[in-house]
Design a protein around this ligand. Structure first.
Ligand SMILES: *[C@@H]1O[C@H](CO)[C@@H](O)[C@H](O)[C@H]1NC(C)=O
Ligand SMILES: *[C@@H]1O[C@H](CO)[C@@H](O)[C@H](O)[C@H]1NC(C)=O
Ligand SMILES: *[C@@H]1O[C@H](CO)[C@@H](O)[C@H](O)[C@H]1NC(C)=O
Ligand SMILES: *[C@@H]1O[C@H](CO)[C@@H](O)[C@H](O)[C@H]1NC(C)=O
Ligand SMILES: *[C@@H]1O[C@H](CO)[C@@H](O)[C@H](O)[C@H]1NC(C)=O
Ligand SMILES: *[C@@H]1O[C@H](CO)[C@@H](O)[C@H](O)[C@H]1NC(C)=O
Ligand SMILES: *[C@@H]1O[C@H](CO)[C@@H](O)[C@H](O)[C@H]1NC(C)=O
Ligand SMILES: *[C@@H]1O[C@H](CO)[C@@H](O)[C@H](O)[C@H]1NC(C)=O
Length: 614
């Protein structure tokens, strides 16, 4: 019929810009290099249909591959491969890794190619997919840290297992970029950093010092933070935290151990900003920022720099820190940070040899009004930062009101110690005074022979979530820890809450059964909830750990159900030949081989569209 013809003609106009010309590229706000020496560059963004678009640019004229790994390993990875043959034919296919030597094409093709181009140096592949497809061979894109895999070859003979390959942890679910924010017309910068600090020859060093904030005569807003890292040939600076100090504290001078002999170096507990290896700069949303220059504001901060001198190199000098940007152009709200999770203390312990061990810390906000000195306004949470040490595998914070779980505030079930950064909430979340915030951390200690205690060093553990919110109140932290006497009783240990008593847990003969018993006992035990204000006032109360209900996942999307103009590539089913490492392709795979040149593609579309429209 006539419509088929008209549609066909329309398509003729469309196709060059879909597959070989210069498509108007979608605005992809986020980007990152995925390999060393900048060979692989990824740009990505999420659209209103909740589809994620990726543009992979690789320094090669051969095949390129990109995908998701379960935890960094190859088997089970979800991979998309594409390229352009010397004769101009495009190939593109959604595959999965079966084992260390076998890559198989998925029955269901859930990646849509938008364009594939190549010049003398680069191959650029633009494609999109749903966050959750219905194909079990695809991995979901979630708020967890993604483990990305990229690979490429020097020519178009796809040999996935022989190509160059990189993996990288990256957080993909970003909602706002610095370029989405309004910059003030007038601004100043100021550095909070150490001055030629001689890094000791120790594996772990927490160096702390107290630095005044800029002296301003009237209220200003700090709206942006940027890491200033002294370049070294090793990754020396592991993380940086900036804490605000209340008026009440008399602060020591100089640089010392944060958690050493002088307890004054651990003063000031309100986190203002966190940066860790892999993080970037951070800018607050336009409606809020951190206040300085009023009597209520902090005048000093504690700068905490965590050095990891694993190779025990002598003579390292460091002047790293954080650069702040501040402005007299005031925003509507003042920002503050609420620290929740497990009180960092050895009553929090993790047995050795645990595949997965969960610990809990409760915050009950019902005492907030009293602690604050006046009613606390609702907290509008817009961002969060999750923090554990090396054995942390997941962090999750749930919110409860009147005993009912409202939802998950933030989580990362694939937590990567090397990627700690401030992450945006998708939507602003409201916490009302009286709500409870329960933080659950999951640890893995298969590689450890001794017990891991809660504590500040990297070999100890922490379980924290920092919630960034406005408008501010006077509460700086609200954290829980379990009643150790109860746990000791269940484990038939000497009931003692002295340090010796706690350390005696290490003498237990841990097996998977005692591990489960300890985990259960620590969850059942009463929690002591410690609430602190910015002026270091502290109040303890007791509470209980509720269950965390995991919400149902969103429905999956099957793109082959819908054939529309935009699904052009999926419909034409551009496919790749067998790409087995063993090259033992079956006839079934060979028959699915359908390589289309530009003209073939147009032809295929004419047939397809007339089938649809006749
Ligand atoms: C282009 O080259 C590939 C690989 O050699 C071949 O499979 C394909 O049929 C060729 N296409 C055209 C249109 O010649
Ligand atoms: C880094 O530099 C130091 C000297 O400044 C040297 O001793 C060390 O071997 C270097 N390390 C690496 C990994 O290159
Ligand atoms: C800090 O001290 C000033 C006076 O020096 C006082 O007005 C202000 O209320 C104090 N701030 C806090 C948070 O206590
Ligand atoms: C903090 O507490 C003081 C009283 O101790 C009160 O005057 C002040 O308004 C409180 N600040 C906020 C932001 O609630
Ligand atoms: C617990 O079981 C896992 C295997 O599931 C094993 O690797 C681990 O060593 C066991 N832990 C202990 C303490 O026996
Ligand atoms: C939080 O505190 C309120 C008031 O004291 C209490 O009713 C509630 O049970 C506490 N929540 C938990 C989880 O302990
Ligand atoms: C397919 O079309 C239906 C109806 O328009 C729509 O509800 C659904 O979301 C579409 N599915 C996909 C995968 O786009
Ligand atoms: C997706 O839709 C196609 C076409 O309707 C169907 O053949 C296929 O089984 C569906 N796949 C899944 C996983 O539901």
């Amino acid at each position: 019929c006539a419509c088929a013809l008209i549609l066909g003609m329309l398509l003729l106009l469309f196709i060059p810009c879909l597959c070989s010309g210069q498509p108007a590229p979608p605005l992809l706000r986020f980007s990152s290099f995925l390999g060393p020496s900048n060979m692989v560059y990824l740009r990505w963004d999420l659209d209103e249909q909740e589809m994620m678009t990726f543009e992979l640019q690789v320094h090669t004229t051969g095949w390129v591959a990109f995908g998701f790994s379960p935890h960094g390993e190859l088997p089970g990875s979800d991979i998309v491969i594409g390229g352009i043959f010397p004769n101009g034919s495009i190939y593109f296919s959604d595959c999965h890794v079966v084992d260390e030597a076998t890559l198989e094409e998925d029955e269901s093709q859930d990646y849509q190619l938008l364009s594939l181009t190549e010049d003398e140096t680069f191959t650029t592949m633009l494609f999109k997919r749903h966050l959750r497809t219905c194909d079990l061979n695809d991995l979901d894109i979630t708020v967890d840290t993604a483990r990305l895999i990229t690979a490429f070859g020097t020519d178009d003979t796809v040999q996935f297992f022989k190509g160059q390959r990189f993996s990288k942890s990256l957080f993909l679910m970003r909602y706002r970029d610095a370029s989405d924010s309004a910059d003030p017309k007038i601004f100043f910068t100021y550095d909070l950093r150490l001055d030629n600090f001689a890094v000791p020859v120790e594996e772990t060093k927490y160096a702390c010092t107290f630095i005044p904030l800029p002296m301003v005569k009237q209220k200003h807003h700090i709206y942006k933070f940027e890491p200033v890292i002294t370049p070294h040939n090793i990754t020396l600076v592991h993380h940086i935290l900036v804490y605000a100090c209340g008026n009440a504290s008399v602060l020591p001078s100089g640089i010392d151990d944060c958690y050493g002999a002088d307890p004054d170096f651990a003063l000031c507990s309100q986190v203002l900003v966190g940066w860790a290896l892999g993080g970037e700069s951070y800018q607050f949303p336009d409606e809020a920022a951190l206040s300085i220059g009023t009597p209520l504001d902090p005048q000093y901060i504690r700068l905490e720099i965590h050095y990891s001198n694993f190779d025990l190199l002598p003579g390292l000098i460091d002047s790293s820190g954080i650069r702040i940007y501040y402005t007299p152009e005031l925003r509507k709200y003042d920002v503050a940070v609420l620290q929740t999770g497990i009180f960092t203390f050895p009553v929090h312990f993790i047995p050795p040899g645990a595949e997965s061990y969960r610990s809990y810390g409760l915050c009950n906000t019902s005492q907030f009004d009293e602690m604050n000195g006046m009613p606390v306004p609702e907290l509008h949470v817009f961002a969060y930062l999750l923090h554990t040490h090396l054995s942390g595998r997941g962090v999750k914070a749930a919110q409860y009101r009147n005993g009912e779980q409202l939802g998950i505030i933030c989580e990362d079930n694939k937590y990567d110690f090397t990627l700690q950064e401030i992450r945006e909430m998708k939507e602003i979340l409201t916490i009302k005074p009286g709500d409870e915030i329960l933080v659950e951390c999951t640890f893995q200690t298969l590689d450890r022979s001794g017990i891991t205690f809660g504590g500040p060093s990297t070999m100890n553990e922490m379980c924290l979530t920092f919630l960034f919110y406005y408008p501010r109140n006077n509460i700086s932290s609200c954290m829980g820890y379990p009643d150790i006497l109860y746990i000791a009783h269940v484990l038939k240990q000497e009931a003692s809450d002295t340090m010796e008593g706690i350390m005696a847990m290490d003498l237990l003969d841990w097996d998977n059964e005692t591990i489960k018993t300890a985990e259960k006992a620590a969850k059942e035990a009463d929690q002591v909830v410690a609430i602190k204000t910015i002026n270091e006032l502290q109040k303890n109360e007791r509470g209980l750990i509720r269950d965390i209900i995991i919400p149902e996942r969103a429905a999956c999307h099957n793109i082959s159900e819908n054939l529309s103009l935009s699904d052009l590539r999926a419909a034409t089913n551009l496919r790749l030949a067998a790409v087995h490492g063993s090259e033992s392709s079956t006839t079934k795979e060979k028959s699915s081989l359908l390589l289309l040149s530009l003209t073939q593609l147009v032809f295929a579309w004419l047939i397809l569209s007339s089938e649809l429209w006749m």
